[in-house]
Write a protein that binds this ligand. Sequence first.
Ligand code: HEM
Ligand code: HEM
Length: 221
Amino acid sequence: MNSQSNKIKVWDFPTRFFHWAMVLLLVSLWWTAENGEMQWHQVCAYLLMVLVVFRLVWGFLGSETSLFKQFLVSPKRVVQYTLQQPKPNSIGHNPLGGYMVVLLLTLIILQLGTGLFATDDVFTEGPLMYLVSSDTASWLTWLHKNNFNLIIAMSAVHILAVAVHLLKGENLIKAMFSGYKNMQASIVAPKLCSPLLALIIIAIIFSLVWFYLLAPVVSFL
Ligand code: HEM
Ligand code: HEM
């Protein structure tokens, strides 16, 4: 970076916490399913549910760089960005990355949704399985297993994209840990919300998930 660059805070703590906790929980969900630890599988899934619902709310009420309307731009701008050389550094997600974020979140929501109807035909049933026929439950379990492969594939594309930025000298990973990016001095820092607001939102979502989903599972641990 040249002398006219400034270190500015682009990612708030709640968004960074959401990202890395989500990665850890996804690994735990894979591990628990592979090892038959289905009680813990459900606990991790409901904790991830709290985080994902929080992220959706934060996409409307949160900091500037986390707002969906801020990073979901028109397809025309995505094409322009894709063709642009050299690519400008973005304050938050770049136009292409914004759509990847939505794709990843959608796949995780599908995974959570299908899990609620899934069954291993032995001990574990999703809490909503009783609402559907056994054929539908089998189909949703199939989807639950196969959608996870899609999550792995899209995560690989996501990590590859981050690695390409790294090779070109832009360390997005460091920014997702520290919150800071080096930007041109003329760039105005984005408005970031108080983590206290995030804590209140998370507490409300957690209470609901605890009452309806988590508490019954935890009582059997
Ligand atoms: C070790 C692996 C990973 C690394 C190094 C990584 C890195 C990053 C980085 C650097 C960003 C910010 C991108 C930007 O500046 O625009 C980001 C955002 C994001 N990543 Fe990852 N990521 C990893 C794994 C995953 C996985 C497994 C998922 C989910 C399947 C995921 C989902 C997301 C989402 C949803 C965002 C947007 C965050 C937000 O706006 O709330 N990441 N990731
Ligand atoms: C994003 C959250 C979730 C992820 C990443 C996830 C991941 C997985 C994976 C990788 C498997 C193993 C698939 C295989 O054997 O090939 C699995 C199985 C399973 N999951 Fe999830 N899961 C999630 C949420 C849930 C939820 C919310 C429930 C229900 C409370 C659930 C219930 C089950 C059941 C019952 C199985 C066993 C299916 C079988 O063995 O036939 N999952 N999950």
